[in-house]
Design a protein around this ligand. Sequence first.
Ligand SMILES: Cc1cc2nc3c(=O)[nH]c(=O)nc-3n(C[C@H](O)[C@H](O)[C@H](O)COP(=O)(O)OP(=O)(O)OC[C@H]3O[C@@H](n4cnc5c(N)ncnc54)[C@H](O)[C@@H]3O)c2cc1C
Length: 596
Amino acid sequence: MSKLINNKDLEFLLYNVFNAEQLTQLPRFAEHDRTTFDSILTTAERIATDYFAPHNAKADANEPQFDGTHVTTIAEVKDAWRHFAESGLLCARHDYAEGGMQLPSLLHMAANSFFMSANPSTAGYPFLTSAAANVIHAFGSDEQKAMFIPAMFSGRFSGTMALTEPDVGSSLGDLSTKAVPAADGSYRIKGQKMYISGGDQDITENIVHLVLARIEGAEKGVKGISLFIVPKVMTHPDGSLAERNDVQLAGLLHKMGYRGTTSTVLNFGEQDQCVGYLLGEAGKGLMYMFKMMNEARIGVGLGAAMIGYRGYLASLDYARNRPQGRCVTEKGPDSKPINIIEHTDVKRMLLAQKAYVEGSLALCLLAARLVDEQEAGSDGDAGILLDLLTPIVKSFPSFYGPRANDLAIQVLGGAGYTREYPVEQCYRDNRLNPIHEGTHGIQSLDLLGRKLWQHNGKGLKLLMARMHSTLAAAAQKPQLGELVSEFEHYLTLVQTTTLKLGAAMQAGQVEEALANSAVFLDMLGKTVVGWLWLEMADKALATFAGSSNAEDSDFVAGKLQAAHYFVRWEMPEIELQARLLQRFDRSCLDMQSAWF
Ligand SMILES: Cc1cc2nc3c(=O)[nH]c(=O)nc-3n(C[C@H](O)[C@H](O)[C@H](O)COP(=O)(O)OP(=O)(O)OC[C@H]3O[C@@H](n4cnc5c(N)ncnc54)[C@H](O)[C@@H]3O)c2cc1C
């Protein structure tokens, strides 16, 4: 087993749960087959293992430095970037004609999982670059595409997303960065952006910032926001470099985790000379950025899942090799100590981690599969379902990934708390994920306040239809019958609760209905992941039915045990959550600032 992921699990998810090979029937992916898919995964695993994993701890201990003029990162980050760029993975999903591989999102997500497990900080640079290039690709003019995309896809330029300002994070509609039209058709950008990941570094020749700003005189709020391409170094139409643009690094931020990625405060237009190019139409900036953000949100979910996965595998390895204590029925001092994995409480912590991280990975791959069905398969329903699930795909792994890392530390005991073992870094790195790309609270409002009701609630109906199809298949298997009934009980509670909240919203009780939105997000997230556990259990039984191989039977038993754990240990909380939501509990809503 690789230390980055359980390859058997990934293979099972791709080929048996999400039918990756079926995607090759779509014209866009017709040139692919299992051999090409596997070879891309092998390449990703090799690069992640050889060039990303080895400096994960070193980059954490040696943060990028800023001497007032230049930023310095450790040499290994540049080497990793070069290998990643040379592999073609920066533009893997694009057309062959553009140098891409026309890779399905499902396979791309699977390839990315190795990098997120190996070294999420260094992976941040290429992942942000691909996402930024994709926005220019989707909405830029031909001239803008020619100027920036080849350089970004080849790894000469990197990309960032510059939304947040010192006073404006969650509420982007209030942002104050300004754009003033210039005589040559470009704009002069002025303002400060904060927390910009990869906003400066010494890895690439140039950095292409995608900056949200308000054109002078544009209306207040979201509709007045436009998106601009702002290169750090001005660029000739053929992509060659010209003079420096007026973008200055004000400073680096020092973080709890993700220390290998620079977090920057950037000043745009200190000299009133910052050139920006309007991307697409004025006033549609946030809509364009949402394309990038939705992709980024699924990416955050994957990062959280994989940092959790890495910690799980590290703690599993430790527990299998650490002798300590004796079985509860064997107290004799002369008896041999057992490895801690034999203690039931340690098994509990490992099983919880397995349930969270394998469930989270399945969730992210489901999202990727829906992207393929929507984009390459032109299936509008898949797009509607993806839209509904995106806040969950971002939030469930971000909440349960750090929980898994917390348990990993506990499994290691004192060793887990030291920097000699990797799990404390996993925890620190993962703690970012519920914060960036829309906080947990913002995701919950997006889900309950907006996504659920779009298209007349069609997303939820599509989700229920998929769940019922799994339940019907699983109910045929004697090993799963009881679990199916238990799951159905929780599903009914979730449906009833959702209807009540919907009725309250329609009756104008918006504040009451949204007061406990984070509880709803968790409840629906658990239901979706519980469904995926049943799906995995069902598919594991079907896939390995006739196998006499011990590895296969252990794999199936592990999936069944984790499905049991999830439904029996995690889903019962839905009872409490449904009660709280259905009574429109006002404990938090009524609390006053002065009462704290
Ligand atoms: C390491 C790191 C990397 C980042 N990378 C980038 C990047 O590359 N580009 C970029 O543009 N930004 C980036 N960010 C910024 C990040 O997206 C913001 O920090 C995040 O959106 C939250 O904004 P804020 O920090 O201003 O917090 P605030 O918006 O002030 O939120 C503080 C708290 O209040 C809650 N809250 C706020 N508004 C509401 C509301 N309406 N209803 C309920 N609760 C609310 C939030 O949920 C949160 O708990 C990064 C941040 C970090 C820490």
